[in-house]
Design a protein around this ligand. Structure first.
Ligand SMILES: *Cc1c(COP(=O)(O)O)cnc(C)c1O
Length: 383
Protein backbone atom coordinates (compact mmCIF):
# COMPACT_ATOMS: atom_id res chain seq x y z
CA UNK A 1 0.00 0.00 0.00
CA UNK A 2 1.40 3.42 -0.97
CA UNK A 3 1.51 6.43 1.31
CA UNK A 4 -1.46 8.05 -0.40
CA UNK A 5 -3.50 4.83 -0.31
CA UNK A 6 -2.81 4.37 3.36
CA UNK A 7 -3.84 7.93 4.18
CA UNK A 8 -6.96 7.82 1.97
CA UNK A 9 -8.04 4.55 3.56
CA UNK A 10 -7.73 5.91 7.08
CA UNK A 11 -9.73 9.01 6.14
CA UNK A 12 -12.41 6.92 4.42
CA UNK A 13 -12.83 4.83 7.58
CA UNK A 14 -13.34 7.92 9.66
CA UNK A 15 -15.97 9.28 7.25
CA UNK A 16 -17.83 5.99 7.20
CA UNK A 17 -18.24 5.93 10.98
CA UNK A 18 -19.30 9.57 11.30
CA UNK A 19 -16.06 9.98 13.22
CA UNK A 20 -14.39 12.50 10.91
CA UNK A 21 -13.08 15.52 12.79
CA UNK A 22 -13.03 19.07 11.51
CA UNK A 23 -11.82 22.27 13.06
CA UNK A 24 -14.07 25.29 13.17
CA UNK A 25 -12.52 28.71 12.84
CA UNK A 26 -13.85 31.04 15.49
CA UNK A 27 -13.53 34.81 15.61
CA UNK A 28 -13.07 34.80 19.38
CA UNK A 29 -15.52 34.92 22.21
CA UNK A 30 -15.78 35.58 25.91
CA UNK A 31 -16.33 32.24 27.65
CA UNK A 32 -20.06 32.77 27.57
CA UNK A 33 -20.33 33.37 23.84
CA UNK A 34 -18.38 32.44 20.74
CA UNK A 35 -18.40 34.06 17.31
CA UNK A 36 -18.15 32.02 14.11
CA UNK A 37 -18.45 33.91 10.87
CA UNK A 38 -21.01 36.59 11.52
CA UNK A 39 -23.00 34.58 14.01
CA UNK A 40 -22.75 34.70 17.80
CA UNK A 41 -23.46 31.47 19.71
CA UNK A 42 -23.86 30.69 23.37
CA UNK A 43 -20.77 28.59 24.10
CA UNK A 44 -21.26 25.34 26.02
CA UNK A 45 -18.05 23.68 24.78
CA UNK A 46 -15.19 25.50 26.46
CA UNK A 47 -13.11 24.63 29.50
CA UNK A 48 -12.78 28.24 30.66
CA UNK A 49 -14.80 27.36 33.77
CA UNK A 50 -14.36 30.65 35.60
CA UNK A 51 -14.26 32.91 32.54
CA UNK A 52 -10.68 33.94 33.37
CA UNK A 53 -9.47 33.85 29.75
CA UNK A 54 -11.21 37.22 29.37
CA UNK A 55 -10.45 38.63 32.81
CA UNK A 56 -9.07 42.19 32.65
CA UNK A 57 -6.55 41.50 35.47
CA UNK A 58 -5.11 38.46 33.68
CA UNK A 59 -4.93 40.25 30.33
CA UNK A 60 -3.19 43.24 31.91
CA UNK A 61 -0.65 40.96 33.62
CA UNK A 62 0.17 39.32 30.29
CA UNK A 63 0.58 42.73 28.63
CA UNK A 64 2.83 44.02 31.41
CA UNK A 65 4.83 40.79 31.30
CA UNK A 66 5.37 41.19 27.57
CA UNK A 67 6.50 44.80 28.09
CA UNK A 68 9.02 43.70 30.66
CA UNK A 69 10.30 40.39 29.24
CA UNK A 70 9.33 40.44 25.55
CA UNK A 71 7.11 37.78 24.06
CA UNK A 72 9.28 34.66 24.20
CA UNK A 73 11.45 32.94 26.80
CA UNK A 74 14.33 32.55 24.35
CA UNK A 75 15.25 29.02 25.26
CA UNK A 76 14.92 25.92 27.37
CA UNK A 77 14.63 26.48 31.09
CA UNK A 78 17.96 24.68 31.41
CA UNK A 79 19.70 27.32 29.29
CA UNK A 80 18.36 30.87 29.65
CA UNK A 81 14.58 30.36 29.42
CA UNK A 82 13.82 30.19 33.16
CA UNK A 83 13.28 33.65 34.58
CA UNK A 84 12.02 35.36 37.73
CA UNK A 85 8.38 35.20 36.57
CA UNK A 86 8.57 31.39 36.22
CA UNK A 87 10.30 31.03 39.56
CA UNK A 88 7.72 33.17 41.35
CA UNK A 89 4.85 31.24 39.76
CA UNK A 90 6.34 27.88 40.76
CA UNK A 91 6.74 29.09 44.35
CA UNK A 92 3.16 30.40 44.47
CA UNK A 93 1.75 27.15 43.06
CA UNK A 94 3.70 25.02 45.54
CA UNK A 95 2.53 27.20 48.43
CA UNK A 96 -1.11 27.17 47.26
CA UNK A 97 -1.30 23.40 46.78
CA UNK A 98 0.81 22.48 49.79
CA UNK A 99 3.78 20.82 48.07
CA UNK A 100 7.51 21.40 48.46
CA UNK A 101 7.93 21.97 44.71
CA UNK A 102 6.08 22.83 41.51
CA UNK A 103 7.64 22.50 38.04
CA UNK A 104 6.15 24.30 35.05
CA UNK A 105 5.46 22.54 31.75
CA UNK A 106 4.30 23.92 28.43
CA UNK A 107 1.06 21.86 28.53
CA UNK A 108 -0.73 19.20 30.48
CA UNK A 109 -0.09 16.82 27.62
CA UNK A 110 3.66 17.40 27.89
CA UNK A 111 3.62 17.17 31.68
CA UNK A 112 1.91 13.77 31.68
CA UNK A 113 4.17 12.39 28.96
CA UNK A 114 7.30 13.76 30.63
CA UNK A 115 6.53 12.43 34.10
CA UNK A 116 5.70 8.90 32.95
CA UNK A 117 8.65 8.77 30.55
CA UNK A 118 11.11 10.04 33.15
CA UNK A 119 9.94 7.96 36.11
CA UNK A 120 8.92 4.59 34.75
CA UNK A 121 11.40 1.87 33.88
CA UNK A 122 11.38 -1.69 32.64
CA UNK A 123 10.00 -4.02 35.29
CA UNK A 124 7.78 -1.25 36.72
CA UNK A 125 3.99 -1.23 36.43
CA UNK A 126 1.53 1.56 35.66
CA UNK A 127 -1.99 1.00 36.99
CA UNK A 128 -4.31 3.42 35.24
CA UNK A 129 -8.02 4.09 35.48
CA UNK A 130 -9.47 2.96 32.14
CA UNK A 131 -10.91 6.37 31.39
CA UNK A 132 -7.72 8.30 32.01
CA UNK A 133 -6.88 11.05 29.53
CA UNK A 134 -5.22 10.11 26.23
CA UNK A 135 -2.01 11.88 27.28
CA UNK A 136 -1.68 9.50 30.24
CA UNK A 137 -2.71 6.29 28.51
CA UNK A 138 -0.52 6.97 25.48
CA UNK A 139 2.53 7.73 27.59
CA UNK A 140 1.80 4.61 29.61
CA UNK A 141 1.46 2.49 26.46
CA UNK A 142 4.81 3.77 25.14
CA UNK A 143 6.56 3.26 28.45
CA UNK A 144 8.91 0.29 29.01
CA UNK A 145 6.86 -0.29 32.17
CA UNK A 146 3.90 -2.62 31.98
CA UNK A 147 0.47 -0.97 31.67
CA UNK A 148 -2.55 -2.42 33.48
CA UNK A 149 -5.84 -0.60 33.36
CA UNK A 150 -8.45 -0.86 36.10
CA UNK A 151 -12.21 -0.45 35.95
CA UNK A 152 -13.25 3.16 36.10
CA UNK A 153 -13.38 4.51 39.66
CA UNK A 154 -13.28 1.01 41.22
CA UNK A 155 -10.83 0.94 44.15
CA UNK A 156 -11.32 -2.82 44.50
CA UNK A 157 -10.10 -3.31 40.92
CA UNK A 158 -6.98 -1.31 41.77
CA UNK A 159 -6.54 -3.32 44.98
CA UNK A 160 -6.65 -6.55 42.96
CA UNK A 161 -3.91 -5.28 40.65
CA UNK A 162 -1.81 -4.07 43.56
CA UNK A 163 -2.03 -7.54 45.10
CA UNK A 164 -0.16 -9.05 42.13
CA UNK A 165 3.61 -9.34 42.52
CA UNK A 166 5.80 -6.81 40.72
CA UNK A 167 9.60 -6.68 40.73
CA UNK A 168 9.79 -2.92 40.13
CA UNK A 169 7.98 0.22 41.27
CA UNK A 170 4.25 0.79 40.82
CA UNK A 171 2.46 4.00 39.93
CA UNK A 172 -1.33 4.32 39.99
CA UNK A 173 -2.72 6.97 37.66
CA UNK A 174 -6.10 8.65 37.72
CA UNK A 175 -7.85 11.97 37.24
CA UNK A 176 -9.46 14.25 39.81
CA UNK A 177 -12.42 14.93 37.51
CA UNK A 178 -12.82 12.80 34.39
CA UNK A 179 -12.84 14.97 31.31
CA UNK A 180 -15.52 13.18 29.31
CA UNK A 181 -17.88 12.14 32.13
CA UNK A 182 -17.39 14.89 34.70
CA UNK A 183 -17.37 12.46 37.62
CA UNK A 184 -14.72 12.56 40.33
CA UNK A 185 -12.36 9.78 41.49
CA UNK A 186 -12.49 8.32 45.03
CA UNK A 187 -9.03 9.72 45.70
CA UNK A 188 -8.87 9.06 49.45
CA UNK A 189 -9.62 5.38 48.96
CA UNK A 190 -7.21 5.06 46.01
CA UNK A 191 -4.41 6.73 47.96
CA UNK A 192 -5.03 4.55 51.00
CA UNK A 193 -4.57 1.49 48.78
CA UNK A 194 -1.43 2.70 47.02
CA UNK A 195 0.19 3.74 50.29
CA UNK A 196 -0.54 0.39 51.89
CA UNK A 197 1.09 -1.31 48.88
CA UNK A 198 4.15 0.96 48.80
CA UNK A 199 3.08 2.34 45.40
CA UNK A 200 2.76 5.99 44.30
CA UNK A 201 -0.36 7.81 43.13
CA UNK A 202 -0.41 10.35 40.30
CA UNK A 203 -3.52 12.52 39.94
CA UNK A 204 -4.18 14.63 36.85
CA UNK A 205 -6.59 17.26 38.15
CA UNK A 206 -6.94 19.27 34.93
CA UNK A 207 -10.67 19.83 35.52
CA UNK A 208 -10.64 20.11 39.31
CA UNK A 209 -7.91 22.66 40.02
CA UNK A 210 -9.39 26.14 40.25
CA UNK A 211 -12.98 24.99 40.62
CA UNK A 212 -13.11 22.53 43.52
CA UNK A 213 -12.00 22.73 47.12
CA UNK A 214 -11.06 25.63 49.35
CA UNK A 215 -9.50 28.48 47.35
CA UNK A 216 -9.94 26.30 44.26
CA UNK A 217 -7.14 23.95 45.32
CA UNK A 218 -8.81 21.09 43.49
CA UNK A 219 -10.08 17.57 43.93
CA UNK A 220 -7.19 16.33 46.08
CA UNK A 221 -7.45 19.15 48.59
CA UNK A 222 -11.21 18.71 48.67
CA UNK A 223 -10.78 15.05 49.62
CA UNK A 224 -7.90 15.65 52.03
CA UNK A 225 -5.43 13.73 49.86
CA UNK A 226 -1.88 14.64 48.87
CA UNK A 227 -0.78 12.26 46.10
CA UNK A 228 2.94 11.87 45.42
CA UNK A 229 2.41 13.48 42.01
CA UNK A 230 -0.25 16.05 41.19
CA UNK A 231 -0.67 17.56 37.73
CA UNK A 232 -2.42 20.91 37.48
CA UNK A 233 -3.17 22.36 34.05
CA UNK A 234 -3.76 25.97 33.11
CA UNK A 235 -5.83 25.63 29.92
CA UNK A 236 -9.05 25.08 31.87
CA UNK A 237 -10.04 27.08 34.97
CA UNK A 238 -6.92 29.25 34.74
CA UNK A 239 -8.10 30.36 31.29
CA UNK A 240 -4.53 30.39 29.90
CA UNK A 241 -2.42 27.32 29.03
CA UNK A 242 0.49 25.36 30.46
CA UNK A 243 0.74 22.98 33.41
CA UNK A 244 2.62 22.22 36.59
CA UNK A 245 3.71 19.02 38.33
CA UNK A 246 3.57 19.19 42.13
CA UNK A 247 5.87 16.83 44.00
CA UNK A 248 8.51 16.56 46.69
CA UNK A 249 11.96 18.10 46.53
CA UNK A 250 13.89 15.04 45.33
CA UNK A 251 11.33 14.15 42.65
CA UNK A 252 11.46 17.72 41.31
CA UNK A 253 15.25 17.55 41.08
CA UNK A 254 14.99 14.16 39.38
CA UNK A 255 12.51 15.52 36.81
CA UNK A 256 14.81 18.47 36.12
CA UNK A 257 17.54 15.96 35.26
CA UNK A 258 15.46 13.44 33.31
CA UNK A 259 12.21 15.00 31.99
CA UNK A 260 13.05 15.52 28.34
CA UNK A 261 10.10 17.86 27.75
CA UNK A 262 11.80 20.28 30.15
CA UNK A 263 15.30 19.92 28.78
CA UNK A 264 14.78 19.86 25.01
CA UNK A 265 11.91 22.33 24.69
CA UNK A 266 11.52 26.10 24.93
CA UNK A 267 10.17 27.32 28.28
CA UNK A 268 6.77 29.03 28.34
CA UNK A 269 6.87 32.77 27.62
CA UNK A 270 7.60 34.72 30.84
CA UNK A 271 4.62 36.96 30.10
CA UNK A 272 2.44 33.85 30.26
CA UNK A 273 3.88 33.08 33.70
CA UNK A 274 2.90 36.64 34.71
CA UNK A 275 -0.65 36.07 33.42
CA UNK A 276 -0.78 32.77 35.31
CA UNK A 277 0.20 34.50 38.57
CA UNK A 278 -2.70 36.91 38.05
CA UNK A 279 -5.05 34.02 37.22
CA UNK A 280 -3.92 32.22 40.38
CA UNK A 281 -4.72 35.30 42.48
CA UNK A 282 -8.20 35.42 40.88
CA UNK A 283 -8.70 31.73 41.64
CA UNK A 284 -7.59 32.04 45.27
CA UNK A 285 -10.10 34.79 45.90
CA UNK A 286 -12.63 33.29 43.47
CA UNK A 287 -15.32 31.99 45.84
CA UNK A 288 -17.90 34.16 44.14
CA UNK A 289 -17.01 32.79 40.69
CA UNK A 290 -17.12 29.22 42.00
CA UNK A 291 -20.50 29.85 43.64
CA UNK A 292 -21.86 31.21 40.35
CA UNK A 293 -20.59 28.12 38.52
CA UNK A 294 -22.17 25.82 41.14
CA UNK A 295 -25.48 27.60 40.75
CA UNK A 296 -25.32 27.14 36.96
CA UNK A 297 -24.57 23.44 37.43
CA UNK A 298 -27.49 23.06 39.83
CA UNK A 299 -29.83 24.91 37.49
CA UNK A 300 -28.78 22.81 34.49
CA UNK A 301 -29.09 19.43 36.21
CA UNK A 302 -32.45 20.26 37.66
CA UNK A 303 -33.78 21.36 34.27
CA UNK A 304 -32.16 18.48 32.35
CA UNK A 305 -33.50 15.66 34.54
CA UNK A 306 -36.76 15.28 32.55
CA UNK A 307 -34.96 15.20 29.15
CA UNK A 308 -34.97 12.05 27.01
CA UNK A 309 -31.13 12.10 27.17
CA UNK A 310 -29.19 10.65 30.10
CA UNK A 311 -27.11 12.81 32.43
CA UNK A 312 -23.92 11.37 33.93
CA UNK A 313 -23.24 11.23 37.65
CA UNK A 314 -21.45 14.59 37.66
CA UNK A 315 -21.58 17.54 40.00
CA UNK A 316 -18.89 19.40 38.06
CA UNK A 317 -18.83 21.87 35.18
CA UNK A 318 -18.71 18.92 32.75
CA UNK A 319 -22.31 17.81 32.16
CA UNK A 320 -22.43 15.32 29.28
CA UNK A 321 -25.69 14.08 27.82
CA UNK A 322 -25.28 10.49 26.66
CA UNK A 323 -26.51 9.80 23.15
CA UNK A 324 -24.76 6.56 22.05
CA UNK A 325 -24.84 6.73 18.26
CA UNK A 326 -22.23 8.91 16.49
CA UNK A 327 -24.55 10.24 13.82
CA UNK A 328 -27.31 11.07 16.29
CA UNK A 329 -24.83 13.00 18.45
CA UNK A 330 -23.67 14.96 15.39
CA UNK A 331 -27.25 15.64 14.30
CA UNK A 332 -28.17 16.93 17.75
CA UNK A 333 -25.12 19.20 17.82
CA UNK A 334 -26.08 20.56 14.39
CA UNK A 335 -29.63 21.28 15.48
CA UNK A 336 -28.37 23.05 18.60
CA UNK A 337 -26.12 25.18 16.40
CA UNK A 338 -28.99 26.10 14.13
CA UNK A 339 -30.60 27.54 17.24
CA UNK A 340 -27.53 29.47 18.34
CA UNK A 341 -26.00 27.05 20.88
CA UNK A 342 -22.45 25.74 20.50
CA UNK A 343 -22.18 22.23 21.98
CA UNK A 344 -19.62 19.58 20.91
CA UNK A 345 -20.49 16.06 19.92
CA UNK A 346 -17.78 13.79 21.37
CA UNK A 347 -17.29 10.48 19.59
CA UNK A 348 -15.01 7.45 19.83
CA UNK A 349 -12.06 7.09 20.10
CA UNK A 350 -12.21 10.00 22.57
CA UNK A 351 -14.93 8.05 24.39
CA UNK A 352 -15.59 4.26 24.33
CA UNK A 353 -17.43 2.79 21.30
CA UNK A 354 -21.16 3.48 21.56
CA UNK A 355 -20.45 6.28 24.02
CA UNK A 356 -21.04 9.30 21.75
CA UNK A 357 -22.36 12.25 23.71
CA UNK A 358 -23.01 15.94 23.81
CA UNK A 359 -20.32 17.29 26.10
CA UNK A 360 -21.87 20.32 27.70
CA UNK A 361 -19.61 22.48 29.81
CA UNK A 362 -20.78 25.30 32.04
CA UNK A 363 -18.86 28.32 33.24
CA UNK A 364 -19.23 31.05 35.82
CA UNK A 365 -19.57 33.42 32.86
CA UNK A 366 -22.96 31.93 31.86
CA UNK A 367 -26.05 33.87 32.92
CA UNK A 368 -29.09 32.01 34.32
CA UNK A 369 -31.03 32.83 31.15
CA UNK A 370 -28.26 31.13 29.09
CA UNK A 371 -28.82 27.89 30.99
CA UNK A 372 -32.59 28.22 30.56
CA UNK A 373 -32.19 28.78 26.84
CA UNK A 374 -29.98 25.67 26.56
CA UNK A 375 -32.56 23.59 28.41
CA UNK A 376 -35.41 24.89 26.26
CA UNK A 377 -33.62 24.01 23.00
CA UNK A 378 -32.43 20.64 24.33
CA UNK A 379 -35.99 19.86 25.22
CA UNK A 380 -37.14 20.65 21.65
CA UNK A 381 -34.38 18.78 19.77
CA UNK A 382 -34.28 15.63 21.91
CA UNK A 383 -37.99 14.80 21.66
C1 LIG B 1 -6.93 18.95 28.94
C2 LIG B 1 -6.34 17.81 29.65
C3 LIG B 1 -4.99 17.51 29.54
C4 LIG B 1 -4.08 18.22 28.59
O1 LIG B 1 -3.77 19.46 29.06
P1 LIG B 1 -3.27 20.56 28.03
O2 LIG B 1 -2.67 21.59 28.90
O3 LIG B 1 -4.48 21.02 27.29
O4 LIG B 1 -2.27 19.90 27.13
C5 LIG B 1 -4.48 16.51 30.33
N1 LIG B 1 -5.27 15.80 31.15
C6 LIG B 1 -6.59 16.03 31.24
C7 LIG B 1 -7.41 15.21 32.16
C8 LIG B 1 -7.17 17.03 30.48
O5 LIG B 1 -8.47 17.25 30.54
Amino acid sequence: MSWSQRIEQALAERRLNAAYRRRQTTEGGNGRQIRLGDRLYLNFSGNDYLGLSQDARVIAAWQQGAQRYGVGSGGSGHVTGFCAAHQALEAQLADWLGYPRALLFISGYAANQAVLAALMQKGDRILADRLSHASLLEAAAQSPAELRRFQHNQPQALADLLAKPCEGQRLAVTEGVFSMDGDGAPLAELHRLTRAAGAWLMVDDAHGVGVRGEQGRGSCWQQGVRPELLVATFGKAFGVSGAAVLCDEATAEYLLQFARHLIYSTAMPPAQACALQAALACIREGDELRARLQENIRRFRQGAAPLALTLTDSDTAIQPLLVGDNQRALDLATRLRERGLWVSAIRPPTVPPGGARLRITLTAAHQPQDIDRLLEVLHDVSQ
